[in-house]
Design a protein around this ligand. Structure first.
Ligand code: ATP
Ligand code: MG
Length: 672
């Protein structure tokens, strides 16, 4: 990240902020007053532009940092915004999710608006919905309960009351698990139960906050006096309830900047509506509208695949085509692989991760993305088996992990005992060591390793912070941790990210594996009866593939379990992207006769090409073939397909000398 020198004058800092942008981005960043809308594809620098715009506004004195509220949709994305702002030398700006922002405000205003302290939040919606359903004498199971809760959420985010629900659901083509009238009854009874218990659910938080602003002029005056500039990232996924809150915050003012990509709308099933983004310029006729086309994130190969994928979607009326132009240097072609079953698919991904990490790719620069969280487990097992560290969904609940809570308590205790500035990192290590944690020695597998990694992440964070501020002491570190915990901003844990495609929105990694691409999973089975739901699934895959900076691998397996019939068709979205007759059998290892290694499919074919190259190389150097490379090394190369010398050097049997003699040739053979 480009860091802005804190000692430079404000003018110089403002100029430095602009220097990191292209012409269109710069125009948007300089438009610090009045409505602004950035409508652009993945990786074009929307998030970068809004953070630079905020920094530019602050450095030029147009924005007071504390008066800027930047909102987005996930805690992780809010953390990303804060991190980028900090890198630009801007502190004090509020970057939060809609929920977190509403929660903070409501907590403050609850006594005035609700006549008492902040009510409790509904921890488990399903339990309340189940009780309401049984009052309505409905027989439910897990699935229908979840669907019922989904309908209630949809109704609330689209501002439909129980009375409105039947007509609205029909118009929206919803397929509720029970008759619409019955769903409406459960919804009504769920609401009364909440009121009786004096608790709020997530949607209520937003609704009550909006209501407080709309109905209490003194609250409105105070909040609107505090926040004068609004920024919304990922605005394509705003729902009517969030929009109502945003309007309440604005109170008729037009100091708002929204950015989004209609092709990345992935929450319309839960009530999000990209028309707020597309209609922004109609609502604010003097809006500055900026389009960005250059994709700075991904190689032309990744961009090409993303363009082909979204190009197959039916064009929405009135929607500008947002084709991306890749700006980065050429990279490897995206890979496709078919596997017999899910454990084999996971094993192949894990083996490749292992090779990448051994070759020098930081584990935190790799992600494995899947459609549903249940798919995570087989990858957790495979990565653990391959000795590759991983983190689940970036560890959003990091600060709630017991080991982290314990560590924070101990650190706070140590800080109270006083400490020397300049000694933060050793002090943190000491405190953690008192819990039995041993640096550089992650225990094998499971919960123990997770625990070790959480604590290691705290040390890494201390190291990073000291690099920025060498004088930071334990007390400062503890204060920083409290701030991050409040904002749910987890530190980077060194590990391969395992995340759902939804959770990956807005983020990026050097290497991305998109796995489990079979019809019925992507697109998901429930979507198949409704074309618009299938299109949402396509956009979800688009979000997933556009997370990759350099390497992208897509895979699927013909059966779920080993030994089962291999009947699952690969995802329909791959048509036109992947080779038609997927020749890609598993690059898995099978012991052949007499223990000889047999490789199948693509890996086998590459293995044969590598052998052919080896016999030539051996001949011209007049040495036996095994002196060039052993079969085992060729096998490792065929399985992992290294793309760079660094990756190649991580494989067994590839020393510095061999790398120099044969490295380029091997890469050429792999790439041919
Ligand atoms: P998404 O739609 O996926 O959220 P985005 O439009 O928000 O993507 P960013 O995350 O802001 O895109 O940018 C993608 C990557 O490209 C980032 O690593 C960013 O730093 C880089 N980038 C964007 N613009 C530029 C630029 N002008 N020069 C150099 N790098 C850039
Ligand atoms: Mg973004």
């Amino acid at each position: 990240m480009r860091r802005i020198d804190a000692d430079a004058g404000p003018r110089a800092r403002a100029e430095a902020v602009l220097a990191g942008l292209d012409d269109e981005q710069r125009a948007a960043a300089q438009a610090v007053s009045g409505p602004v809308c950035i409508l652009a594809g993945a990786g074009t620098g929307k998030t970068r532009t809004i953070t630079h715009r905020i920094a530019y506004g602050v450095h030029t004195g147009v924005f007071v940092p504390e008066q800027v509220l930047a909102v987005t949709f996930t805690a992780r994305a809010a953390g990303e915004l804060r991190a980028r702002l900090a890198g630009l030398g801007v502190g004090g700006v509020q970057a939060r999710t809609f929920h977190a922002a509403a929660m903070r405000q409501l907590r403050y205003f609850a006594p005035r608006v609700l006549g008492g302290p902040m009510p409790g939040l509904v921890e488990n919606k399903l339990r309340l919905v189940a009780a309401a359903a049984s009052r309505s004498r409905l027989t439910t199971d897990r699935t229908s309960l979840r669907d019922l809760a989904g309908e209630i959420e949809w109704a609330k985010t689209t501002l439909a009351t129980p009375e409105d629900y039947p007509a609205r659901a029909r118009a929206a083509g919803r397929e509720p698990p029970f008759e619409a009238a019955a769903v409406a009854a459960v919804y009504g009874s769920y609401e009364s139960a909440k009121q009786r218990d004096g608790v709020l659910d997530f949607e209520d938080l937003l609704l009550v906050t909006a209501y407080a602003l709309e109905e209490h002029p003194d609250v409105a005056r105070q909040v609107r006096g505090q926040y004068r500039h609004f920024v919304v990232d990922e605005y394509q996924d705003v729902n009517p309830l969030q929009q109502r809150l945003l309007d309440a915050w604005l109170g008729g003012r037009a100091e708002v900047c929204v950015v989004g990509d209609p092709n990345q709308t992935i929450y319309s099933f839960t009530g999000a509506d990209p028309d707020y983004l597309l209609g922004f310029a109609d609502r604010y006729p003097d809006a500055q509208v900026v389009k960005l086309e250059r994709d700075y994130r991904s190689t032309p190969q990744v961009v090409g695949l993303a363009n082909r994928l979204i190009g197959q979607a039916p064009r929405r009326r009135g929607l500008p085509g947002l084709r991306l132009l890749g700006q980065r240097a050429q990279g490897p072609e995206p890979r496709f692989a078919e596997h017999p079953d899910e454990p084999a698919e996971a094993a192949a991904v894990a083996a490749r991760c292992r090779a990448l990490v051994d070759g020098g790719t930081p584990a935190a620069e790799i992600a494995v993305l899947f459609r549903i969280n249940a798919q995570s487990e087989v990858y957790e097992n495979a990565l653990a088996g391959a000795g590759v560290p991983y983190v689940l969904r970036g560890g959003e609940r990091f600060f709630e992990r017991p080991e982290v809570r314990e560590a924070v308590v101990l650190l706070r205790g140590a800080a109270a005992g006083g400490n020397e500035p300049g000694m933060l990192v050793p002090a943190v290590r000491d405190v953690l060591a008192s819990t039995g944690w041993v640096e550089h020695r992650p225990p094998p597998g499971g919960a123990a390793r997770d625990r070790w990694q959480s604590l290691a992440a705290l040390v890494d964070l201390a190291v990073d912070l000291v690099a920025e501020n060498p004088q930071l002491d334990l007390a400062g570190f503890v204060a920083h941790l409290a701030e991050r915990a409040d904002a749910q901003h987890a530190p980077t844990v060194q590990g391969v990210t395992l995340a759902s495609m939804h959770a990956a929105k807005g983020l990026e990694w050097d290497v991305v594996f998109v796995v489990g691409l079979v019809d019925g999973v992507v697109p998901i089975a429930q979507s198949l009866s409704r074309p618009e739901a299938v299109e949402e699934e396509r956009r979800l895959l688009y979000v997933a593939v556009t997370r990759a900076r350099e390497q992208l691998a897509l895979s699927w397996s013909l059966a779920r379990n080993p030994g089962a019939k291999r009947t699952r068709p690969r995802s329909r979205f791959l048509t036109g992207l992947a080779p038609e007759s997927a020749p890609t059998a598993p690059p898995a290892r099978r012991a052949g006769k007499r223990g000889k290694v047999v490789l199948e499919g693509e890996a086998g074919e590459l293995f044969e090409r590598l052998r052919a190259w080896r016999s030539q190389a051996a001949q011209s150097a007049s040495v036996p073939a095994y002196v060039v490379f052993t079969d085992a090394t060729l096998q490792a190369i065929a399985e992992t397909r290294p793309a760079t010398l660094r990756e190649l050097s991580g494989l067994p049997g590839v020393g510095a000398r061999k790398l120099e003699l044969y490295g380029e040739d091997v890469l050429a053979t792999v790439g041919s």
